[in-house]
Design a protein. Structure first.
Length: 121
């Protein structure tokens, strides 16, 4: 089932071997989709204003436990809406002085395959 997930690679590029558009599939494509969802601000896409996440609105917030909780809720909400092929099992936010990092654990719903991403926020 994971192998059936296929689409344009992100970032967009030309495949040097074939000379055509580079494609991605499987777990790589799902990881790319997560990055696209979390990297897109709500309202940014002209024909899909409700696509993306609200995490960009937290940039000016204090880097504290409240921001970390808001971040986890907004990531979970965006992924539930836009990537139904995965289920978030655990999230953890680590905070340094000027940066927050999220460790995102999830499983693919079609197959019991677990994966983890570390995202700088």
């Amino acid at each position: 089932m994971i192998e059936e997930v296929r689409g344009l690679g992100f970032p967009f590029r030309i495949d040097p071997v074939t000379g055509g558009v580079e494609w991605a599939s499987g777990t790589i494509k799902i990881r790319q989709n997560v990055r696209i969802i979390l990297g897109t601000r709500l309202g940014e896409r002209p024909l899909r204003r409700d696509f993306g996440s609200r995490i960009h609105s937290l940039v000016q917030d204090p880097n504290d436990y409240v921001m970390a909780d808001l971040l986890m809720n907004q990531v979970r909400e965006a992924l539930l809406q836009w990537e139904p092929r995965l289920m978030v099992t655990n999230m953890q936010v680590t905070q340094d002085e000027g940066e927050a990092r999220m460790v995102l654990n999830y499983i693919h719903t079609g197959e019991p395959v677990a994966d983890q991403m570390i995202l700088p926020i």
